[in-house]
Design a protein around this ligand. Structure first.
Ligand SMILES: C[S@@+](CC[C@H](N)C(=O)[O-])C[C@H]1O[C@@H](n2cnc3c(N)ncnc32)[C@H](O)[C@@H]1O
Length: 184
């Protein structure tokens, strides 16, 4: 179901699609084959895998070695931006979202699929708070207690459509996620 939700959000994107925090390229097979993909990934250790996966999916391997807080592209230069499980890890969410809005053409879409903080006072939020120092230190800076939906709403987008859901992660536990898009 979750992969289908992500696929539904991604497959409609066309033109130039910038993926921030592309990792090893897990989304390459979900994107419209006609889209021109650019992968932004500051972790050079995954660039080789990302390049191989791009070629495997018949895409030009255009990889930007930069953080989302400083996207090396011009204003209004891409048709869509994709972020899946990245806004939990960026150093500065506000700066990254401002950059996403800057590079998007007017009317372009920012598609997101992100894990977020559970509501205050819930057992899941309590567990997230306990886990946060470890994930920040050992899981690429991942901060599980970010209110990413609020950050997206505060950024310079004209319209935000988002859906909340809980993703099962084993041992009967779930992690709260948001998925949707924001229009520039
Ligand atoms: C959990 S991985 C997700 C990778 C991929 N998006 C996926 O869904 O499989 C988080 C990714 O965000 C990247 N990342 C961390 N900080 C970043 C930043 N400031 N700007 C862009 N990407 C960043 C990491 O290097 C990593 O590849």
């Amino acid at each position: 179901m979750y992969e289908t939700l992500k696929r539904d959000l991604l497959r409609g994107l066309s033109g130039t699609v910038l993926e921030i925090g592309a990792g090893a390229g897990a989304n390459l097979g979900l994107l419209n084959p006609g889209a021109e993909w650019i992968g932004l990934e500051p972790d050079r250790r995954v660039h080789d895998r990302l390049r191989v996966n791009a070629v495997r999916h018949d895409r030009k391997a255009r990889i930007l070695d930069a953080p989302a807080e400083a996207i090396p592209l011009g204003d209004e230069s891409v048709d869509a931006v994709v972020s899946t499980v990245v806004l939990c890890s960026v150093d500065d969410q506000e700066a990254a979202l401002a950059e996403v809005a800057r590079v998007l053409r007017p009317g372009g879409r920012f598609v997101f699929f992100e894990h977020v903080a559970a509501p205050a006072g819930t057992p899941t939020r309590w567990l997230q708070r306990i886990w946060a120092p470890f994930s920040r230190r050992f899981d690429r800076g991942c901060d599980p207690v970010r209110d990413t939906a609020a950050a997206i709403r505060r950024a310079a987008f004209a319209q935000v459509e988002t859906r909340d859901f809980d993703m099962p992660v084993g041992l009967g536990l779930t992690v709260p996620f948001i998925a949707g898009y924001a229009r520039r």
